[in-house]
Design a binder for this molecule. Structure first.
Ligand code: UDX
Length: 454
């Protein structure tokens, strides 16, 4: 019952798997559900099907505790749970900017027919505003008539690479509810988070609101973060033509607490499974609702972001002394080492990775592109099969005419530029994430170029 509700998480991707494991860790009895038998077999066997620091250990611990199991059966999941969290993906629609809700639809219509008692369905996936109401309609159509199913919305804000920490210690919990019962049930479902905070002398703020606001909070937060990144990258463009240094500029404006120093890292721009698709889906939805003009700036945010990728290619051609002809730069006969394939460090996620996009663009110039990434190789090989992959950082750099650091992995930041200089054909480096120590690289004889820096 309402004291310690049993929880299920539908969809065991980066979001659902992390939640299932962490809520078992918080003391709940949990089922993680997925239609993908392979994923469920792996998770049941104690293997996380993706890279997320700390998650493997917690998975194995909680499988052993008996509080956590995984299932491919809607029936078993429905019978088990009091609160069912929908954690499936909402990718960009093929051939459009809007979100594809087909996974939400199949999760809801998959579980609803088996819900024979009072239960709560909670949406966590990032969705267009209005989706919760549509989910209510789906439930009404597909659940047995006798069942009393309610719907609620509770967006999440986890960052890959910090997912365990973000789920166990969120900086806020947002719930969109329509009844006191749903509110009480969600409070019980989050009690573990509040209890943990209390033992650490923290408080987790809760914002209780309506469906539409709860849905909008997530996309508004992501739109703000994307805008902040594109703002500093726009400043980087201005720095590039005026000889200024955007890293100093960011530090200086970030000291103003109204601005804040987080998310002001200029570089290759944002990628990943959330920010790029979310700002596009948000624009598409606002347009449908007649408020397209309000979000027109997000189109500009997107364009600034994509221009950073082209900038790396232009810079590469410039550094290599092969300025662009009418068909773009021609780098035939040159080897370019691309360090980094994931969209950021500490993940194996390559969705919309700026690094891989640049690798693909460099490949089109005729250069021999050799990619290395500490965790993302398997995913990258599938997504971009027509470049070369090296097994180690040193193999990638050996005989390279240019080194491009495009993900801020510690392995790259801590690499010794003197040693790498011995291996490379020529000491030219582009720091696409402004993550290297420029002074140290220059001292080792490298022609160093950052983003938005002289
Ligand atoms: C993001 C949000 O942060 C998270 O709250 C939401 O739940 C999901 O989307 P995530 O996609 O894991 O999380 O990555 P995040 O750490 O936000 O980085 C997004 C992208 O922006 C990355 O490509 C990152 O390299 C880039 N970035 C981030 C910058 O280019 N500059 C910055 O200053 C910060």
């Amino acid at each position: 019952g309402a004291q310690r509700p049993r929880l299920t998480f539908l969809g065991t991707g980066y979001l659902g798997a992390t939640y299932a494991v962490c809520y078992a860790e918080l003391g709940y009895e949990v089922i993680g559900f997925d239609v993908d038998q392979d994923k469920i077999a792996k998770l049941s066997d104690g293997q996380v099907p993706f890279h997320e620091p700390g998650l493997d250990e917690l998975l194995r611990k909680n499988l052993a505790s008996g509080r956590l199991r995984f299932s491919t059966s809607y029936e078993e999941t429905a019978e088990f749970g009091d609160v069912h969290f929908i954690c499936v993906g909402t990718p960009q629609r093929a051939g459009g900017l809007g979100a594809d809700l087909s996974y939400i639809e199949s999760a809801v219509t998959g579980i609803a027919p088996f819900l024979n008692r009072k239960a709560l369905i909670v949406g966590k996936s990032t969705v267009p505003v209005g989706t919760a109401t549509w989910v209510e309609e789906l439930v009404a159509k597909s659940a047995p008539e006798s069942s009393e199913i309610e719907v609620a919305w509770s967006p999440e804000f986890l960052q890959e690479g910090f997912a365990v920490e973000d789920v166990l210690r969120p900086n806020r919990i947002v719930v969109g509810v329509k009844s006191e019962w749903a509110d009480a049930m969600l409070y019980a479902a989050h009690k573990g988070v509040f209890d943990l905070a209390a033992t650490e002398d923290r408080e987790v703020p809760v914002v209780t609101t309506d469906f539409a606001t709860a849905e909008l909070v997530k996309v508004a937060a992501n739109a703000f973060l994307a805008t902040k990144i594109s703002f500093i990258n726009a400043m980087a463009e201005v720095c590039e033509v005026s000889g200024a240094d955007v890293t100093h500029l960011a530090r200086a404006i970030g000291h103003d607490p109204r601005i804040g120093n987080k998310f002001l890292q200029a570089g290759l721009g944002f990628g990943g499974g959330c920010l790029p698709k979310d700002i596009r889906a948000f624009q598409a939805r606002a347009q449908e609702l007649g408020a397209g003009e309000a979000l027109r700036f997000l189109h500009e945010v997107d364009l600034i972001n994509l221009r950073r990728r082209t900038r790396v290619v232009t810079l590469a051609a410039e550094l290599l002394g092969r300025p662009a002809g009418p068909a773009g730069p021609n780098l035939t006969g040159l080897k370019v080492a691309v360090l980094g394939a994931t969209f950021k460090a500490n993940t194996d996620d390559i969705r919309d990775a700026p690094s891989l996009a640049v690798a693909a663009m460099l490949n089109k110039t005729g250069a021999r592109v050799v990619v290395f990434d500490p965790q993302g190789m398997d995913n990258a090989r599938k997504a971009l099969p027509d470049v070369e992959y090296a097994d180690t950082l040193t193999a990638a750099v050996t005989d390279a005419d240019l080194v491009c650091v495009l993900t801020e992995w510690a392995e790259f930041r801590n690499a010794d530029p003197a040693t790498l200089g011995e291996l490379a054909a020529s000491r030219k480096v582009i720091d696409g994430k402004n993550c290297l120590d420029a002074g140290q690289w220059r001292a080792a004889g490298w022609d160093y170029r950052g983003m938005g820096r002289p």
